[in-house]
Design a protein around this ligand. Structure first.
Ligand code: PGA
Length: 250
């Protein structure tokens, strides 16, 4: 019912040459996978090269962040129209590295979500608790706040195009994956929340991805959970063989 989405976030990795090579490999191994979506979020400097390499394939391209303005004096930012003109159709927003290293707050993240939506990009809103928040029993409170504030004033129609990614901060880049039970609990919680905020059929069709040390050897059990609709992959997306195994999950 919900089409799986397997997304690779290359973060601040790859030169132009590395990126073209990796994109070509992923393009090859994703050919013919017509029951799922594959997406790559390369650095801004290679968005258009990667889009060019993947022309004619079904692989989607996303930026790793996006500004709410179309243009102007916003040094270091990228606008939704720039992403689109480079071949992108989606944007990762609110990634934990943006929240924790660059101090982006829920209000700014919400502006970015609206920026993406108003120019026709699919926002992939990332949420997730820190280890301290989990240990203090605050996981669900933190997720609720991030979802409600991140999606503030997002209409039902726009929610139908949006994606949420649950990424526990303690699982990102650490090799510690959330157990399938922990991930499923968080995903089911977010889906219930979407039912409250929108309505049941919007929540039922919304894709909620899991991220945090997704690897070839844990993707199958994660994807078998009822409310996990895909993966947002960091480290393992930089290795063609690993990412190809992940997108070919069974
Ligand atoms: P990881 O990163 O797969 O390296 O843990 C996930 C992410 O940051 O999206």
């Amino acid at each position: 019912m919900r089409r799986p989405l397997l997304a690779g976030n290359w973060k601040m990795h790859t030169t132009v040459m590395d990126a073209c090579h990796l994109a070509a490999e992923i393009g090859k191994c994703s050919a013919g996978l017509d029951d799922r979506d594959v997406l790559l979020a390369p650095p801004y400097t290679v968005l258009s090269e990667v889009a060019h390499v993947l022309q004619g394939s079904a692989v989607l391209i996303a930026s790793q962040n996006v500004c709410w303005e179309e243009k102007g004096a916003f040094t270091g930012e990228i606008s939704p129209t720039m992403v689109k003109s480079a071949g992108g159709s989606a944007a990762i927003i609110g990634h934990s590295e943006r929240r924790h290293i660059f101090h982006e707050d829920n209000e700014m993240i919400n502006r970015r979500v609206h920026g993406a939506l108003s120019f026709g990009l699919i926002p992939i809103l990332c949420i997730g608790e820190t280890l301290e928040e989990r240990e203090d029993g605050k996981t669900l409170t933190v997720l609720e706040e991030q979802v409600r504030k991140g999606l503030a004033a997002v209409s039902r129609e726009d929610m139908e195009r949006s994606v949420v990614a649950y990424e526990p901060v303690w699982a990102i880049g650490t090799g510690k994956t959330a157990s399938k039970e922990q991930a499923q609990e968080a995903h089911a919680f977010v889906r219930n929340l979407l039912t409250e905020m929108y309505e049941k059929n919007v929540a039922e069709s919304a894709r909620i991805l899991y991220g945090g040390s997704v690897k070839p050897d844990n993707v199958d059990e994660l994807m078998a959970q009822a409310d996990i609709d895909g993966a947002l992959v960091g480290g393992a997306a930089l290795d063609a063989e690993s990412f190809c195994r992940i997108i070919n999950f069974t």
